[in-house]
Ligand binder design. Structure first.
Ligand code: HAM
Length: 427
């Protein structure tokens, strides 16, 4: 028989045998986020399209080219979220969370959807862990959130990751900067792609992240935003750098970083790996002081970042880093007939209540086939329940790695005994 259809291009199946890698990364990210006082938020996978038009911005590649947008059965325009910030900020405003103690700090794990050309490290459905802080304009928050990202990266053990930092100023400094960009790119007007021609009028900064060969070839000679920062933005950026220095977070200033989403103001940053090819940005973020107001809340500064989990796992695999070891079946209980199998099921039930991974036959297999299965799933211990064991309520625990046998009584101390044996193996 032939499969009706395969998975869509640019998507991945995360299979059970690899899932321990995901759990490792998620657990570390969650622990670090919580140590900074962040609480998890879960928002819908799809939102009304207007949210992203306003939040991410109508002149970005994400909105213009990459969104999965469709009309629902009532004709409403719906979009699968291309990123996590807009939804998290919308939910924060809608649920009145900005009336509580500020800054509001939150983290999330989310799937994102972008119709991009798939390649290694670039998917159409991918996963992010994100952090957002709302309600603080202080440079201390910028430094803290960058330190948070850095801590996740360090705790994962990632090596050779560089942090690049820039400031893209506030709307006031942007006015002058846009003028300069417009002047610069107008010289090449005849060669620019159609999208950039339109952006030249609406949002010239977006020309700096056009991926077309010709437009991007003019990027290097373009004016740089750092030369146009107003005094306040300059002071803010200096303070962020000073604080990062004090925290021992190493960075380089890259005046070319503009980020691909419109909501950013002031500090922007990226953590980059050279070990996974051209899609090496494992984390991107920055400040977005206008976003809350843009999507309908009271003016509230904000900032955050998101890490691409697929890319992080690629780096970890590439650098052969340790993931938390895959769990193993603690005990497989083999049996011979219905009566012994029922007893095995009772024992397994008790062991599971103690938190063990315990299994017995649920497929009507022969004894031989059960032992084969126990081997296949790498059970640490195996125990056989036959007529005698049933009668005497005692059996032997066999360590599968070397065949060592330990006699056990199947009473209420059995779970404790198994625990000691399993712990001994872990030591
Ligand atoms: P972003 O830079 O678009 O920012 O995405 C963040 C991270 O998601 C990237 O650094 C990358 O690791 C991963 N990523 C992006 N696109 C793909 C893709 N097609 N395939 C695989 N991984 C990908 C944001 O999404 C912002 N919401 C970050 C943020 C939060 N800024 C403030 N708060």
């Amino acid at each position: 028989m032939e499969l009706v259809t395969k998975r869509p291009r640019g998507t991945e199946d995360k299979l059970p045998k690899e899932i321990y890698k995901w759990h490792t990364v998620e657990k570390i990210a969650e622990n670090v986020a919580e140590s900074y006082g962040c609480k998890e938020i879960r928002t819908p996978t799809f939102e009304h399209t207007e949210l992203f038009l306003r939040g991410v911005g109508g002149t970005t590649d994400v909105v213009q080219k990459e969104m999965y947008t469709f009309n629902d059965k009532k004709g409403r325009s719906i979009t699968l979220k291309p990123e996590g910030t807009s939804g998290a900020v919308r939910a924060t405003i809608e649920n009145g969370l900005l009336n509580d103690a500020l800054p509001f700090k939150t983290y999330y794990f989310t799937r994102c959807f972008r119709y991009e050309a798939p390649q290694s490290g670039r998917l159409r459905e991918f996963n992010q862990v994100g952090i957002e802080y709302l309600g603080t304009a202080s440079a201390a928050a910028d430094a803290e959130i960058i330190a948070l990202a850095n801590d996740i990266i360090t705790n994962l053990g990632l090596k050779n990751i560089r942090l690049e930092l820039n400031s893209i100023g506030c709307p006031k400094c942007r006015e002058q900067y846009h003028k300069a960009l417009k002047e610069y790119y107008t010289r090449y007007k005849d060669e620019l792609c159609g999208t950039c021609l339109e952006r030249l009028e609406r949002n010239p900064m977006r020309l700096l992240d056009c991926k077309s060969e010709i437009c991007s070839s003019y990027k290097d000679g373009a004016p740089m935003i750092l030369d146009y920062l107003c005094d306040d933005c300059k002071a803010h950026f200096d303070s962020v750098k000073k604080r990062l220095d004090a925290l021992g977070v190493k960075y380089t200033v890259n005046p070319r970083i503009v980020r691909g989403l419109d909501y950013y103001t002031n500090t922007v940053f990226e953590f980059i790996s050279n070990d996974i090819g051209s899609q090496g940005t494992i984390c991107g973020g920055g400040r977005y002081n206008g976003l809350v107001e843009e999507i309908g809340g009271a003016a509230t500064p904000g900032l955050g970042f998101a890490m691409g989990l697929e890319r992080i796992i690629m780096v970890m695999e590439n650098q052969q880093l340790d993931f938390e070891p895959e769990k193993k079946c603690d005990l497989y209980i083999a049996s011979f007939d219905e009566e012994t199998n029922i007893y095995a099921m009772e024992l397994v039930k008790q062991l599971r209540e103690y938190g063990f991974w315990a299994e017995c036959d649920i497929s009507g297999r022969s004894f031989k086939a059960q032992m084969k299965y126990a081997n296949k799933i790498n059970a640490v211990y195996c125990m056989v329940i036959g007529e005698d064991e049933l009668k005497t309520k005692s059996a032997k625990l066999k360590r599968m790695s070397d065949g060592t046998e330990t006699p056990v009584t199947l009473d209420d101390k059995f779970a404790q005994k198994l625990n000691t044996l399993v712990m001994d193996i872990c030591l």
